[in-house]
Design a binder for this molecule. Structure first.
Ligand SMILES: Nc1ncnc2c1ncn2[C@@H]1O[C@H](COP(=O)(O)OP(=O)(O)OP(=O)(O)O)[C@@H](O)[C@H]1O
Ligand SMILES: Nc1ncnc2c1ncn2[C@@H]1O[C@H](COP(=O)(O)OP(=O)(O)OP(=O)(O)O)[C@@H](O)[C@H]1O
Ligand SMILES: [Mg+2]
Ligand SMILES: [Mg+2]
Lengths: 227, 227
């Protein structure tokens, strides 16, 4: 499903060169549920952005379902992203002055789903994250945790094959966070491949495999029984 | 230091009326360290925004150091906020295309501190949160956790009497988060009054007192020995 080899990413900032990723090799099989951990600044979000076709690596190769990303044009990358991947950003990235329902419908604009079905699908995803009474609120009228749950619903609405979630429970209380992880577990049981960045051990325990980053390299890759 | 009585806040959204706070009474003494907990949407951020002079209550009264906020004009509220309060927002609220040093200097624009001292003070605060090597990065060039630490440094730079921090470790790994809480403990030992919203018990354990919100009211107010 996801094959990463020799992945490097560096940013040039004036004279300073920041090496965010320094050679990452990892294979993720279809239907796996993987947690990504590591200290602040260790390269987790950079790794997810590369796998999620949101940014291009400096070196190395990523293939999704056998397709090498470096062979694709910008338009092809966008189409792979929209068809295959649901993304929950660390900073939510919701559209301002756009209500919850519309934010969740957004990925459907790029899909083949009939326009008539959009509102129904979006409403269903918002129900699954416990927000059926906030459909008409825009982000400034939602709490931090509610905004995060809108971002999670948006990542699910297009029935992606892969969900990449960057600290999806960071703004949620324990109970609400566990509810989201149970939802992810259900999606995973239906065959969706899941990668979740988290720094909370209770959240990582939902995954079958835990990757740990430090200074842009993988220092650990352990399999464990999901709880 | 902070006296809150009969605090209510409601938002009118079309026909829907959202009651975010439904009557909160609490006194916080000078130099106290208080944790604020409760499920997603229970009113924590709304409470902090009211105490932080960022929004006006629908009903009820808040006094800071004996001064009733409802008696103050918009300009006076802004001056109270800038002189007395350091705020760490749940969504960081850093200025885009503005580097870390400048973001941290921002509160000093409204203070009496001599301009010559600004950069030095800001640099010192960024060192205290472990970011002395990221001074020239703007928010888009920082990781989530690094952005949050810039927001924490900004809340400290003006040597406020009160720090209100809304989930200040939400984007940080355990080790980095504990580092921030130790910094807060030091500030509290120097007499600063601290209120920290968190949903992580390890973080709440740093405080002497834990408030718990549910549906816009305080359901618990317990004192405990800080760890
Ligand atoms: N501007 C607004 N307009 C309408 N409703 C709002 C507005 N801001 C907040 N709310 C509602 O008020 C309630 C309380 O929000 P608040 O942000 O205080 O919650 P919170 O306890 O901080 O939650 P979280 O842990 O998710 O950040 C929520 O149900 C939210 O939908
Ligand atoms: N656009 C950029 N320009 C320069 N440096 C960057 C940029 N984006 C990220 N970095 C740097 O790359 C490193 C890795 O960042 P990344 O966002 O991947 O960390 P992270 O593991 O997600 O951290 P966190 O847990 O704090 O979110 C950081 O040190 C950061 O400062
Ligand atoms: Mg990150
Ligand atoms: Mg909040």
């Amino acid at each position: 499903m996801i094959k990463v080899s020799g992945l490097k990413k560096a940013y040039q900032l004036g004279e300073q060169k920041i090496r965010a990723l320094n050679g990452v090799d990892v294979d993720i099989a279809e239907g796996e549920f993987v947690a990504v951990m590591g200290s602040s600044g260790s390269g987790k979000s950079t790794f997810m952005n590369m796998v999620g076709c949101l940014d291009k690596p400096t070196q190395g190769e990523i293939s999704l379902e056998g397709e090498r990303l470096s062979d694709l044009s910008v338009e092809q990358l966008a189409s792979v992203r929209n068809q295959k991947i649901g993304f929950v950003f660390q900073q939510f990235n919701l559209l301002a002055r756009t209500n919850a329902l519309e934010n969740v419908m957004l990925p459907l604009f790029y899909s083949d789903v009939d326009k008539v079905e959009w509102a129904g699908r979006a409403k269903e995803c918002l129900e699954q994250v416990g927000l059926s009474d906030r459909l008409s609120h825009d982000p400034s009228q939602l709490s931090g945790g509610q905004q995060q749950r809108v971002a999670i619903a948006r990542a699910m609405v297009n029935s992606p094959r892969i969900i990449l979630a960057d600290e999806p429970t960071g703004a949620l209380d324990t109970e609400t966070g566990l509810g989201v992880m149970e939802l992810f577990q259900k999606l995973n049981a239906n065959g969706i491949t899941l990668m979740v960045v988290t720094h909370e051990p209770d959240i990582a325990a939902f995954a079958q495999r835990q990757l740990i980053f430090r200074d842009g390299v993988l220092i650990s890759d352990q399999r464990s029984k999901p709880s």
